[in-house]
Design a protein. Structure first.
Length: 344
């Protein structure tokens, strides 16, 4: 079966075609980063309007690239939540209309489930069960994953998520939007320069005895440093490196602790922060020391994308069958706890 995936949860319009027998046949992504950079962050109304402009041309583009017709689609998966309500409504309404016209099943997919399952698109891929580190936008969570829809929360952030801390710290350092990638690049440049490390920042909740996270205080520590030393090209790079090292160490050690607690030997890393090179190197090195294996999605699937939504939809359809069909209405869920997600 050919599944069309539609992702419009925030500031990226993602479309993909996934076949249950032949795998990913094509995908396209349009990022609104340039538009929102003028405002220093995502403007929800502008995001929604841009999704309206992009979604249908991207669907036509993806079908044409795969040499397929709309009538070949056997099911449609769309991001139901969490995300910006207006942006979600664009994808949901398009999916519902197309499903009604084509008389095919339409499934609402949890955005984080899409991220969670995205490493299964890669080769080699993990097998259930595994521990997942979700570091996507406003979410930092450790989950025990036993199967599709079978997720147990092991730990989560009690305040700012890792991605939020990256963006807020980047703003303190005068970097552009989106701040996370800019901060990581600055940290890597300083590290390659061979200059001595200037600063060391705290590792929040590293020894808390649980698997929870806290990054708000780390941002405050950066603010204290900038107030004390000022923001010059030299101090900016040193602070960026110290910040990234603190985040990476906490994420790494908590992830390894989750593997020990569950007795599992596979770790999956998903979400935008999962593209961070220092985090990948640290996790892979520490996991190898304990005999564990880490799986990452391809870099193009770390950020929001349609492929993860199409794939999650295909997996749910394969387990639940065609009975999941949207008839006459649709809903979106701006807030949605992953643990409350039903097993197909």
């Amino acid at each position: 079966m050919l599944v069309l995936g539609i992702e419009t949860s925030c500031d990226e319009t993602g479309i993909a075609l996934y076949h249950t027998e032949h795998g990913l046949l094509g995908h396209a992504l349009y990022s609104q980063t340039e538009m929102h950079s003028e405002y220093g962050g995502v403007v929800p109304e502008l995001a929604s309007r841009d999704h309206i402009r992009r979604v249908l041309p991207l669907i036509r583009q993806t079908l044409a690239a795969a040499k397929l017709e709309l009538q070949d689609v056997g099911a449609i998966a769309y991001t139901q939540g969490p995300g910006l309500a207006g942006a979600l409504l664009v994808g949901a309404s398009v999916a519902a209309a197309m499903g009604f016209a084509l008389k095919v099943p339409v499934l609402g997919i949890h955005h984080l489930e899409g991220h969670l399952l995205s490493p299964l698109l890669s080769t080699p891929a993990p097998v259930f069960p595994f521990v997942a580190l979700l570091v996507s936008g406003g979410h930092t969570q450790l989950m025990e994953v036993s199967g599709v829809g079978r997720y147990k929360l092991l730990g989560e952030t009690v305040d700012d998520a890792a991605g939020e801390a990256f963006d807020k710290t980047a703003k303190l350092l005068g970097l552009g939007y989106p701040g996370g990638p800019a901060l990581s690049e600055l940290a890597e440049e300083f590290s390659r320069s061979g200059k001595p490390k200037q600063f060391k920042l705290p590792r929040p909740m590293l020894h808390s005895g649980d698997l929870n996270f806290s990054f708000s205080g780390l941002k405050t520590a950066v603010l204290t440093l900038t107030n004390k030393h000022g923001i010059t090209q030299q101090t900016r790079g040193g602070i960026a490196l110290a910040f990234q090292e603190a985040i990476v160490e906490v994420l790494t050690e908590k992830s390894l602790a989750a593997l020990t607690q569950t007795g599992l030997t596979q770790l999956v890393v998903a979400g935008g922060v999962g593209a961070n090179r220092q985090l990948r190197a640290s996790l892979s090195r520490r996991a190898a020391e304990t005999g564990a294996v880490v799986f990452y999605p391809e870099l193009e699937f770390c950020t929001d994308n349609g492929a993860m939504i199409a794939f999650a939809g295909a997996m749910r359809l394969q387990q639940a069958g065609i009975r999941n069909q949207l008839v006459g209405s649709f809903t979106v869920r701006a807030r949605w706890d992953l643990e409350l997600l039903e097993t197909p």
